[in-house]
Design a binder for this molecule. Structure first.
Ligand code: SF4
Length: 361
């Protein structure tokens, strides 16, 4: 298939669904890691179309949602520093930290600008040499290479007022932590498509070999997701869990070697705090010693204050797959996309926003 509408073809979807219903004999629990997949599943009613033998859970794959309040508080504290311009992707603005959000901090007078790429952030740094320009580095392996490239470019061009607050997260280590916790019993994993374009499918092999989890990397159209469910059920019914790629148009076993190289030049793995999971070893990226002068945390002496959690919000449980948005008492009542209490309602890829827009409860 070459064109996007082919990945939404109703007749083909019916054929794949029939096959899933035919071959699914035993109860299995499948998790879609990525918030993009959750949106596709909810938007196209895929859960309701699957046989009762297949239970679908949403995972922690929304970078905005998993950013811990303590890290959001750091971004807000940096924004309050004098002569600082914060640059960030738009999704981050409305995410509430312990006591405020970047949006409210901007309303209070801080210079916070939404950018579409780090190229824009670098340009702002060039145009404002008397200010410190800090980019809030949020995202998975998909965005980290571009941020690494921006740091290398800043060094090459002698831009001395550009900094990054590195809050990046790595996906395979958090899946390992989730499996090690034993809190959620999984049979299969729909692995993230965009992340895997960078890292390849190989980093997921531990899940199949060490934990017996069936893994399929797939894309974000309805037929991509159905195909991945079909392949997962096939693996599980055969009793042969392994890693397969249903997203050949974007993903290889090795991934994007140049992007990995950029990431490795600038960053090294470090512990990272995940909402709902706490500190997960080797699941973050910090700047290597050679680049630490670009590290906003080292360059600025900030006091973000004590961390507070949002009362009643169960985003952490939802991100671990142990609860769903309708389990939250605030869902659709005091928490809505217009007035979000937690990050899972803010982000377009958040589970709560997906259930709000496309769910039946
Ligand atoms: Fe948090 Fe709102 Fe989701 Fe409840 S509905 S878990 S308060 S984001």
């Amino acid at each position: 298939m070459k064109f996007i509408d082919e990945f939404r073809d109703a007749d083909m979807a019916k054929a794949v669904l029939c096959q899933i219903h035919r071959q699914s004999k035993r109860h299995v629990r499948l998790m879609e890691f990525c918030g993009g997949h959750t949106v596709t599943i909810m938007k196209h009613g895929i859960r309701q179309l699957l046989p009762e033998t297949i239970e679908m859970l949403s995972g922690p794959g929304c970078p905005v949602c998993v950013t811990a309040n303590a890290d959001l508080d750091k971004a807000i504290a940096l924004a309050r520093q004098p002569d600082v311009i914060i640059t960030t992707f738009g999704d981050m603005l409305r995410v509430p930290g312990s006591r405020s959000s970047l949006q409210k901090t901007r309303a209070d007078g801080a210079d916070i600008r939404v950018v579409y790429s780090t190229i824009d952030a670098l340009q702002i740094a060039r145009e404002n040499p008397a200010k410190a320009v800090i980019f809030i580095g949020i995202g998975f392996e998909t965005t980290a290479p571009t941020i690494a490239a921006s740091i290398m470019k800043a060094e090459e061009d002698g831009i001395n007022n550009y900094y990054v607050l590195s809050l990046h997260k790595l996906c395979p280590p958090v899946i390992k932590a989730l499996l090690d916790s034993g809190e959620v019993k999984l049979d299969g994993l729909i692995c993230p498509g965009h992340v895997s374009t960078i890292i390849g499918s190989r980093p997921w092999e531990f899940a199949a070999s060490d934990y017996g989890i069936a893994c399929v990397v797939t894309g974000f159209e309805p037929l991509d997701v159905l195909q991945s469910v079909d392949m997962l059920v096939n693996q599980l019914e055969q009793g042969k869990p392994r890693v397969e790629i249903a997203y050949r148009r974007g993903v290889t076993t090795e991934g994007n070697l140049r992007a990995q190289e950029l990431m490795n030049i600038v960053f090294e793995p470090s512990p990272a705090s995940w909402r709902g999971m706490g500190s997960v070893p080797q699941s973050g990226l910090r700047l290597r010693k050679e680049y630490e002068r670009f590290d906003a945390e080292q360059a600025f002496d900030i006091d973000p204050g004590p961390t507070l959690e949002h009362k009643g919000c169960i985003c952490g449980d939802i991100l671990r797959g142990v609860k769903t948005p309708p389990d939250c008492k605030l869902f659709r009542t005091s928490c809505t996309p217009e007035h979000p209490v937690g990050p899972c309602m803010v982000s377009s890829e958040g589970s709560c926003a997906s259930y709000y827009h496309y769910g039946t409860v």
